[in-house]
Design a protein around this ligand. Structure first.
Ligand SMILES: O=C(O)c1ccccc1N[C@@H]1O[C@H](COP(=O)(O)O)[C@@H](O)[C@H]1O
Length: 202
């Protein structure tokens, strides 16, 4: 079970996530109470060991901003969380250094979009409003199979992630609000509890 923790803004929170065994750590560059600037992201990303993915989260932002932030911070993955079309994905792929990861976030009405439709390496299925801590109903949804690299997100918490994994059988999970004491402020105990709960299902 691949576990991404997102919206980290401080060195202690990054260290907690690394020590708790996160596979990926997300830094939000989109409009959000969790947004951080390039200098902060570069400083935080430098603390993350090589085997853990650092992810820059963007939403409908100018391509030049994405390229500049990737270059300035060295994040190893880009997560596009808005209405970016195929041309936009192609442009990001063109400037992303080889070996870096492209994540496409989408919400699900009845059926998940096909994996790889926009050239993404990982598909992320989320609630309609990203980062709001809202769950979405998995009932009756046609979700990707076990051979597909896809992340489940949207209102996950230490208390509900186990049931969500059993219901959806994702390749991985992604969390932000559910590990916070208040909006934008992570709680180290919740970070550890989330990792433990997700790992217990692996
Ligand atoms: O976290 C944000 O503020 C955010 C802003 C813009 C785009 C994406 C954002 N976060 C992503 O939202 C999901 C789930 O968040 P939550 O657990 O429901 O709060 C996750 O993929 C974050 O990367």
């Amino acid at each position: 079970m691949f576990v991404k923790v997102c919206g980290l803004r401080t060195e202690p929170d990054v260290d907690t996530a690394v020590e708790a065994g996160a596979d990926a750590i997300g830094f939000v560059f989109a409009e959000s109470p969790r947004r951080i600037d390039a200098d902060t992201a570069r400083r935080l990303a430098a603390r993350v060991p090589d085997g853990i993915l650092t992810v820059g989260v963007f939403r409908d932002q100018p391509l030049d901003d994405v390229r500049d932030l990737v270059e300035a911070t060295g994040v190893r993955a880009v997560q596009l969380h808005g209405h970016e079309d195929l041309g936009y994905f192609d442009a990001v792929r063109a400037f992303l250094p080889t070996g870096r990861t492209l994540i496409r976030a989408a919400s699900v009405r009845d059926e998940a979009p096909p994996h790889g439709e926009r050239g993404e390496d990982v598909l992320l299925l989320d609630a309609p409003v990203p980062g709001a801590g809202e769950t979405w109903d998995l009932t009756g949804k046609r979700l990707p199979g076990p051979d597909v690299r896809w992340l489940l997100a949207g209102g996950l918490t230490p208390a509900n992630v186990g049931a969500a994994i059993r219901a959806a059988r994702p390749w991985g999970v992604d969390v932000s609000s559910g590990i916070e004491a208040s909006r934008g402020v992570k709680d180290p105990a919740l970070i550890r509890a989330f990792l433990a709960a997700a790992r217990a299902e692996a």
